[in-house]
Ligand binder design. Structure first.
Ligand code: ATP
Ligand code: MG
Length: 104
């Protein structure tokens, strides 16, 4: 599996992630759907260690996001593309131009 979410737990003022556990295979397209405020963005942010988890770990390409130390986390962040929800695509540009802009 290219990404493996293992038993993720996170509460802010109330529980958000409660034992989330699944993996995504290389080449697989995987969508997460659900009502607003249910933890989709919190989950995705754990992929590159942007959330301090209460429990659990994520592995990307065999490396631990939360247990591998800063060098491993840096390697993972070089490999993973992440678009924040509030900085979405420019609708005046096509897909190629949006991607190109991110690489500039
Ligand atoms: N850094 C944070 N500090 C405190 N609470 C947070 C933080 N980040 C997220 N939350 C809370 O966690 C919950 C889940 O938020 P999240 O942004 O993951 O929802 P979402 O499923 O992505 O919603 P949407 O569909 O609107 O994007 C919400 O109650 C949100 O207020
Ligand atoms: Mg979101």
């Amino acid at each position: 599996m290219i990404i493996r979410y293992r038993d993720l737990w996170k509460a802010f003022d109330h529980p958000i992630l409660a034992g989330v556990d699944f993996g995504v295979n290389e080449g697989e397209m995987f969508g997460v759907f659900g009502p607003s405020g249910t933890g989709k963005s919190v989950l995705l942010k754990t992929t590159i260690g942007l959330i301090d988890l209460d429990r659990g770990d994520v592995e990307v390409d065999g490396e631990s996001v939360y247990g591998g130390g800063p060098r491993a986390l840096q390697r993972i962040r070089y490999k993973v593309g992440y678009v924040f929800q509030n900085s979405a695509l420019f609708d005046s540009l096509n897909v190629y131009e949006n991607v190109e802009m991110g690489m500039a």
